[in-house]
Write a protein that binds this ligand. Structure first.
Ligand code: SF4
Length: 377
């Protein structure tokens, strides 16, 4: 069953856009093996325009899909292990700390895999809408747990279960974390998520009934997770990891191949908010930076576009301005997200929003942005 309120694309539910249909491939945790990355690149080139957009939750979107591509695309994605359950196509939304297991941080890959497998194994959770999200945090942040529906924050051998981005006083052994998260999601479905609401916080009572069903206490909000990964090689002691950035969240076919070629074979790429790509390296950081030079990927926060992001702009039927062409840094707003309409899709948690109200007019924080776009009134 899919929710009437669900507006997120999947591999089986393509969405129309001005540049062709859009498909979203879920990559739980934002973690993707080299083989999966190569498969994503092949699907983008074969069925779409060759580019891949990294979403705010570490998934990917293929754009410019040809009419009638849906069935073949889904079949090929399933063969590549990117669609383990058609019924759960849009339900496998899991964000995770992008640096987990690197530089001495606690590992999460096994926990994320177990959670994904448990979601797929549960027929009731096929009703979860595409906007519903699980978050798994290793204690160092980066999973946007405050924005999640069901969160797990690992602390040593224990994990805390969060509901609607809030603490509920539920501390568990790690081995009990996945069953508890699944039970909370089942309670959310039972209480109405997937029918007329897509998020736990939008249920009557803001999710208190889900917390109670999970054995929790009254909800207490946690601070938003607003840290953005710094670009470049990770600091001292972690020379084998590089953070690159996709300009405006979009990767070309050549950039997909290049990032995949740098990945250590025992590791996974990690996709994160604002188009960040964490690459555990098969080569030295110096070699990787040399190979990325001239690729168009961001590798330094000194780059003026490092704080700039954008929605899909004119490719979306709602956009009233070509925000991808116009996107640029804005004085006084070190992190700025350009949106073609007030929905503000894909805005990173740490970014100010600049919203188009016409081809050359914009609001920031609801007030006129006070900018003039050359050639437009
Ligand atoms: S913010 Fe508006 S224009 Fe941009 S992708 Fe979302 S709906 Fe479309």
């Amino acid at each position: 069953m899919q929710a009437a309120t669900d507006a997120c694309p999947g591999l089986l539910d393509l969405h129309p856009a001005r540049d062709g249909a859009v498909a979203r491939i879920r990559l739980p945790g934002g973690y993707v093996t080299g083989r999966q990355w190569a498969a994503v690149a092949a699907l983008a080139s074969e069925f779409g325009d060759g580019n891949v957009d990294v979403t705010a939750r570490g998934n990917v979107q293929l754009r410019g899909l040809r009419p009638g591509a849906g069935a073949s695309l889904a079949s090929r994605a399933a063969q590549a292990g990117l669609l383990p359950s058609g019924a759960h196509d849009r339900a496998r939304n899991i964000t995770a700390s992008p640096l987990s297991g690197l530089g001495g941080r606690p590992p999460l890959r096994r926990l994320v895999r177990a959670l994904d497998a448990a979601i797929v194994a549960d027929p009731a959770l096929a009703a979860l809408p595409g906007r519903f999200v699980f978050a798994v945090d290793d204690g160092t942040g980066g999973a946007a747990i405050a924005r999640s529906d069901v969160g797990l924050r690992r602390t040593g051998r224990q994990a805390e279960l969060l509901i609607a981005g809030c603490r509920a006083g539920i501390l568990l052994p790690v081995r009990a974390a996945v069953p508890a998260a699944i039970a909370a999601a089942r309670a959310a479905v039972r209480l109405g998520v997937g029918t007329n609401v897509t998020r736990i916080r939008d249920l009557p009572g803001g999710g208190r009934a889900v917390a109670t069903a999970a054995g929790g206490a009254p909800l207490a909000a946690v601070p938003p997770d607003v840290g953005r990964l710094l670009l470049g090689a990770l600091a001292a002691g972690e020379p084998g990891v590089l953070v690159a950035g996709a300009r405006l969240g979009r990767l070309t076919a050549a950039q997909l191949r290049l990032t995949g070629s740098l990945l250590h074979p025992a590791e996974v790429l990690r996709l994160a908010a604002a188009g960040r790509i964490v690459i555990p390296l098969a080569v030295t950081a110096a070699d990787a930076l040399a190979r990325l030079a001239g690729s168009g990927l961001l590798t330094s926060d000194e780059d003026t576009m490092s704080g700039v992001s954008s929605c899909s702009g004119m490719a979306c039927g709602r956009s009233v301005a070509d925000v991808r062409a116009l996107a640029r840094p804005m004085p006084g707003h070190p992190r700025i997200h350009w949106a073609g309409c007030a929905r503000g899709c894909g805005a990173p948690a740490d970014a100010d929003l600049i919203v188009a109200t016409g081809p050359g007019s914009f609001l920031i924080g609801g007030k006129p942005a006070g900018i003039t776009i050359a050639g437009m009134s």
